[in-house]
Design a protein around this ligand. Structure first.
Ligand code: AQP
Length: 351
């Protein structure tokens, strides 16, 4: 059975990009895989060290997971900082990865801005902690939005370098598994994890600028639909979304050079679970004055139940805390099994 891992940072209100690009995929994978879904609170410290309400933000992301349909009994839901092995493996990966690899990450370049010397060391090492999150459970698949593709490639590079650097010891301890790397069959301890990205909603863009990713940190609330927005707010934001004056085309080619139109079609497709082609078959030739209200109705229909369930679950703080505690205990057992082997591979004294 595939083992799925993914995480979301408790850095603010979840938006439609997080929901369609990540959480909806988390829910879908539950039937076919063993899943571990994590609120990655340690990651949130890379952007900002002090939060007023980190614990409540963590609970709120957990409530969103549960409200969207993640089953914490069949699968594992927990917050990262409970399982200290994440930080331990990240340290080892800091010593495996090269500074040049980290410097090339576009997320680091975007978030550090011009004053790179003043960015936290944690921000630079972010992908190393992400690799640790995934490989601690030797996860085979990671559902994420398009923006995380580069970090997942780096996770594979780290796994491959670890497997390679320690190949003799992995073989001697007999803890490797055979895997295919290009043409070659190699024996490694960490799997080369596959990203699960695709679909029409892998990269949802800002409603105000079709070239910018929809993001929690955009100063304009009109740029995103929050999972907690009510029907009026959702309708207003879609009505005000930037578009061009043309009607929708009948075919995908007609969206070229029209990022805002393409984004709204992608959102419709993601919410309705259909392809962009199918959306255009239905709405091709129509003006935005027709398409936008249809999109707003669909968004309200799909998001309102999640928002109301989120409110209900958030009201039961003891339940949310119990889910995280139980998930943390189960994740901790798996994590320690991996770390015992990793310490053996490296040769750390554990007696
Ligand atoms: N716009 C998006 N479209 C599709 N998927 C997206 N994701 C984020 N934005 C989009 C996916 O959501 C998951 C969780 O993201 P995260 O919590 O790790 O944070 P992030 O990517 O930093 O989210 P934001 O909203 O973009 O925050 P800021 O403003 O801090 O940069 C991931 O799988 C991500 O791919």
């Amino acid at each position: 059975k595939p083992l799925v891992f993914s995480g979301v940072q408790p850095t603010g209100n979840l938006h439609l990009g997080n929901y369609l690009g990540a959480i909806k995929k988390f829910v879908a994978l539950q039937d076919t895989s063993d899943c571990i879904y994590c609120v990655v609170d340690l990651h949130s410290l890379t952007a900002q060290l002090v939060y007023d309400d980190l614990a409540d933000q963590t609970r709120s992301i957990t409530a969103a997971f549960l409200a969207s349909g993640i089953d914490p009994k069949k699968h594992i839901v927990f917050n990262q900082s409970r399982v200290m092995q994440h930080a331990e493996l990240a340290w080892i990966f800091n010593c495996v990865a090269r500074i040049g690899w980290m410097n090339r990450m576009t997320q680091f370049k975007d978030k550090a801005g011009k004053d790179r010397e003043n960015a936290s060391l944690g921000l630079l090492a972010y992908p190393s902690l992400m690799a640790a999150d995934i490989l601690l459970y030797r996860a085979t698949h990671v559902p994420v939005g398009e923006d995380q593709k580069q970090h997942l490639e780096l996770t594979r590079d780290i796994a491959q370098k670890f497997n390679n650097d320690f190949s003799d010891r992995i073989a001697r301890l007999g803890v490797g598994v055979e895997m295919q790397v290009g043409e070659e069959t190699v024996n490694g301890y960490f799997p080369l994890t596959e990203p699960v990205i695709g679909g029409p909603a892998a990269r949802i863009m800002s409603l105000r600028d079709g070239l910018k990713k929809m993001s929690k940190s955009d100063p304009s609330d009109l740029s995103r639909i929050n999972l907690t927005d009510d029907a009026d707010a959702i309708s207003k934001k879609i009505r005000k979304a930037k578009t061009d004056p043309e009607a929708l085309p009948g075919e995908l080619d007609g969206l070229a050079g029209r990022p805002e139109a393409e984004n709204l079609v992608g959102i419709y497709a993601g919410l309705a679970e259909m392809s962009k082609e199918a959306v255009l078959q239905e709405f091709g030739g129509q003006q935005f004055s027709v398409f936008k209200p249809a999109l707003a109705d669909l968004a309200v229909e799909r998001l309102a139940p999640v928002a109301s369930e989120m409110r209900r679950i958030s009201g039961d703080r003891a339940y949310v805390d119990a889910v995280l505690k139980d998930g943390g205990e189960r994740a901790g057992v798996l994590a320690e099994t991996t770390m015992k082997t990793v310490r053996d591979i490296i040769g750390l004294l554990q007696a």
